[in-house]
Design a protein around this ligand. Sequence first.
Ligand code: GLV
Ligand code: MG
Length: 326
Amino acid sequence: MSFKIVQQVAPRLNRSELAVPGSSPQMFEKAARSAADVVFLDLEDAVALDRKDEARRNVIQAIGDVDWGAKTLSVRINGLDTPYMYRDVVDLLEQCSDRLDLIMIPKVGTGADVYALDMLVTQIETAKGRKRRIGFEHIIETALGMQNMEEIAAASPRNESLHFGVADYAASIKARTTMIGGPNPDYGVLTGGPDDAERAFHWGDMWHYAIARMVVVARANGLRPIDGPFGDFSDEPGFKAHANRAAVLGCEGKWAIHPKQIALANEVMGPNAREIDKARRILDAMEQAKREGKGAVALDGKLIDLASIRQAEALIAKAQMLEKAG
Ligand code: GLV
Ligand code: MG
């Protein structure tokens, strides 16, 4: 281990994160009763420009009036380059109840963006005597944000998570996409060479670099990496495959842009009963080895090392959080 200890953000369940437009208050109660771990009420891209004020008022009222249960509650504010963002932050934090947990910052580009927002939030929190400290979720969805992710991740003790906003990211880097967060049939390789009679075409994941980089930067700063939207909400196997590949790379959760996607994200991000059982067996085997004075341990014919034990411990901690949340 390095001498530098990475401080881990306080753990929260973040398997599914449901997006709800702030201009659709009729959806709030349903979102509050859903199985999503986190709900974010959107003031940004899901809200038309002429409804920004109305959406802000809806959201401020609903934070206090709706029973959000044990959910983590977030609000996505408008970008720092818009004329809406300052009022989002000031009105929200001056007027909404202490129930709000997080603010989600879209299109964050530099560490200075985060610093500026931290200053504003800190002033309002102090002036108003707000009791619950607001955390930050950052959407990495521009070329600038991808370039400066390291300084963004380290810019504030309020930081909790990094999210990959694939739709805006694609627009920002001018990638050729066919569907939000999905694959592009043109992104692939041919097996073999020109002399081979049969050559297969293998589709690739054009978002691999972005997600893998986000996971590394998030983990190096003790934050949660979360994968963003998958636009085709009628394609359940497609959603599951994309959530799975994000989970395999280390993401802790995925957005749900439709209530249908909540259960799928929860299931994929797990942990499931099989994984919990395996983790328990790893920890038991390790305990037994300790009692018998053995260093290396085998389980089901495979070596278990310290890394497997750390993973098993993290998985059991998450399972305990899930049990507590009911
Ligand atoms: C999310 O905001 C995205 O742009 O994908
Ligand atoms: Mg976006």
